[in-house]
Design a protein around this ligand. Sequence first.
Ligand SMILES: Cc1cc2nc3c(=O)[nH]c(=O)nc-3n(C[C@H](O)[C@H](O)[C@H](O)COP(=O)(O)OP(=O)(O)OC[C@H]3O[C@@H](n4cnc5c(N)ncnc54)[C@H](O)[C@@H]3O)c2cc1C
Ligand code: SF4
Length: 495
Amino acid sequence: MADPKGFMTTPRQEWPRRPVEERVRDWHEVYVPGALLPIVSKQADRCMDCGIPFCHHACPLGNLIPEWNDLVSREDWRAASDRLHATNNFPEFTGRLCPAPCEAGCVLAINQPAVTIKNVECAIADRAWEEGFTSPRPPERLSGRTVAVIGSGPTGLAAAQQLTRAGHTVAVYERDDRLGGLMRYGIPAFKMEKHHLERRLEQMRAEGTKFRPSTAVGQDIGAAELRSRYDAVVVATGATAWRELPVPGRELAGVHQAMEYLPQANRVCEGDLEVSPLSAAGKHVVIVGGGDTGADCLGTAVREGAASVTQLDIYAQPGTERDEDAEPWPTYPKLYRLSAAHEEARDLGTAPAADADARLFAASTLRFGGDAEGRVRRLHLVEVDAGRRPVPGSERTLPADLVLLALGFSGPDRSDGLVDQLGLELEPRGTLARDAGFATNVPGVFAAGDAARGQSLIVWAIAEGRAVAAAVDRYLTGRSRLPAPISPYDRPMTV
Ligand SMILES: Cc1cc2nc3c(=O)[nH]c(=O)nc-3n(C[C@H](O)[C@H](O)[C@H](O)COP(=O)(O)OP(=O)(O)OC[C@H]3O[C@@H](n4cnc5c(N)ncnc54)[C@H](O)[C@@H]3O)c2cc1C
Ligand code: SF4
């Protein structure tokens, strides 16, 4: 703690975003390039170096936050990078994408704005790349053991990097043509540009991890065959089986799942397509679902030039202040949050039917109406009370040429046959079953990430990847010095 009075003398200041009018005309990240570094050391100075740092406990990775806050306030970037990478393989991903449960748990947040922990993390990660602190760390000797990791999302990548560095020969199988899971096809470039991903993949290749893209296990290679070829297998296939909205008119053309829509926009940014086949350009867009996936659809539709965009949330509008009785500190509270996409929608007035930003709260979809060609043209909705009962007389209609369903995910997609070919047991809610050591019912096969935990966050996925790597290492060698930040039963800090 370089300045013991920093939290009293310095107000919280976040990485500024680019002007809305400018940023919606491109796909680059929303933040002002270079504007974080001049403010971040002063912000790190606000850290009180708490005796019991709740920030650290609120983070599933157990990030050593007070330590690197102190190092950043002293501008010792190399040591800060070492301490950050000691617990997180990919801090440039979480520094951009994490909703920061650490900040909700920050002791300062009891009666003041929290330390800008996420910004500090991002600044360290970016500086580490600029200064060359991230050179590849290939193992000194090989163990002679082989591991197949199925899925190249944050779980699979973290597991693969840990196991490669421990000396095992690791191949990552990915059914998509490019690597990265939802960070590649799903999360828009304006939240994280893909060169961050490429740089890490390059580092991993240089350390010895092998990648096998465009290879769906269960289809392009039999799952049982893969099991027989490797000493251990990690299933990190994500939870991409989407939830449906079984209302009249669902079959109309123009009603799509968010994850049918978002990857097409990613492909435009990658240069694969000139225009997305599902582009929102000139269309009235309604997004059904109030979560982050819906917000990603919103930002994407705005950039594609939609005529209007409205987002429906079935829940009532949350308050702007933490309810101390219902969700006391240090839990992560449900609050009215203005994401970059909502800020854009508010400033541009994309949703004439909504009050402030693009959101209509407490809104439930009744049915879709179409035209003679079978294309969607309207969405009928009704206001609901806290028990989701329709409020009489509140029915209304929105124009809709493109409807995007962002209702969450129920578990792993089983269409490739991987689960059945291996004979993996499932939990009643559809996720992969595993024991306290991440092991499935099939010897030598481990399960991690969203596929086993259910739909979650990147920070949890990286923690799962690190923890499953420790379990696999122990299975292969009888012991492990790899860190295991979480158990399969750990859950976010909630009431
Ligand atoms: C649109 C969207 C936006 C999100 N935004 C955020 C955010 O801003 N911040 C945040 O923290 N979290 C966010 N999340 C959640 C986060 O992306 C996930 O929790 C995380 O990616 C899960 O990581 P994973 O590695 O377990 O799975 P995934 O990232 O889903 O990766 C699984 C990979 O396995 C591959 N695969 C599946 N089956 C096979 C097979 N049979 N053979 C080979 N490969 C296979 C898939 O193609 C995929 O690449 C978002 C999710 C979505 C859908
Ligand atoms: S809880 Fe907040 S103030 Fe305390 S150590 Fe963590 S970041 Fe610093």
